[in-house]
Design a protein around this ligand. Structure first.
Ligand code: ADP
Ligand code: 5GP
Length: 220
């Protein structure tokens, strides 16, 4: 008898953080390293597109009216208003991926994370990213140079409420050294994939082991 191929339901890896802590950088690096084994859930948003962003890749950019239509039809797994804009996760692609055993990365805020917990807690592993200091958080927001000063101030104000939710997450990483934080994130994903509850082949495999053991013991 040889070990069965692992069959399991996909998992949702939620990464949340106050804006600027490095969540997008870590997510991007993880998606690259996982090469197709993990895909990003592309959110819909009413926020204006940043120059570096591609519609349909980073977000699907919608009018408020279109967003509200999706939300009211129940097509969003979760949604939230963040920094004055709407964001939401389309439901169908996620459900299809999990059923097919593929893992999905969610880059969402704390409010959205709580909604996903309510809907499907057992499918979720959540990671909260903290900056090493507030001075460094501010530096990173300025260094990113994607937002104007007013937007950065709004994001820093929002950081207080977000950081207060750190203990609602399964794992907390302090993103000081990027490489170290990335290695820790990969270790989390690897361990979460191996969780007993996620394996659908294990029960049968153990049943076979026990049956074979009974045979051997009876023969002895
Ligand atoms: P978030 O997605 O959390 O808003 P980003 O990933 O866009 O944050 O990171 C904000 C800025 O900080 C980017 O310019 C990024 O390159 C930089 N950054 C991310 N992690 C680190 C780190 N560990 N050390 C230094 N700079 C970092
Ligand atoms: P940004 O505008 O910087 O891309 O994102 C702002 C915040 O919105 C981030 O904390 C990001 O994680 C969050 N966000 C992005 N997409 C979603 C989503 O689909 N749902 C929720 N709840 N938050 C999201």
């Amino acid at each position: 008898m040889s070990a069965p191929p692992s069959t399991r339901r996909g998992l949702i890896l939620v990464i949340a953080s106050p804006s600027g802590a490095g969540k997008s950088t870590l997510s991007r690096n993880l998606l690259q390293a996982e090469e197709g084994a993990l895909s990003l859930s592309v959110s819909v948003t009413t926020r204006a597109r940043r120059p570096s962003e591609i519609d349909g890749v980073h977000y699907k950019f919608l009018t408020v009216r279109d967003f509200e239509r999706l939300r009211d039809q129940g097509d969003l797994l979760e949604w939230a208003e963040v920094h004055g804009n709407f964001y939401g996760t389309p439901r169908t692609p996620v459900e299809e991926a999990l059923t097919a055993g593929r893992d999905v990365l969610f880059d969402i805020d704390v409010q959205g994370t709580m909604q996903v917990y309510e809907a499907m807690r057992e499918d979720v592993a959540s990671v909260f990213i903290l900056p090493p200091s507030i001075a460094e958080l501010e530096r990173r927001l300025h260094r990113r140079a994607e937002d104007d000063d007013a937007t950065i101030r709004r994001r820093l104000r929002g950081a207080k409420a977000e950081i207060a939710c750190w203990n609602r997450f399964d794992y907390v990483l302090i993103n000081d050294d990027l490489d170290r934080a990335f290695q820790d994130l990969r270790a989390i994903l690897r361990a979460e994939r191996l969780k007993r509850e996620r394996s659908s082949s294990l029960e049968g495999f153990v049943g076979d082991l026990v049956r074979d053991l009974d045979t051997v013991v009876t023969r002895a």
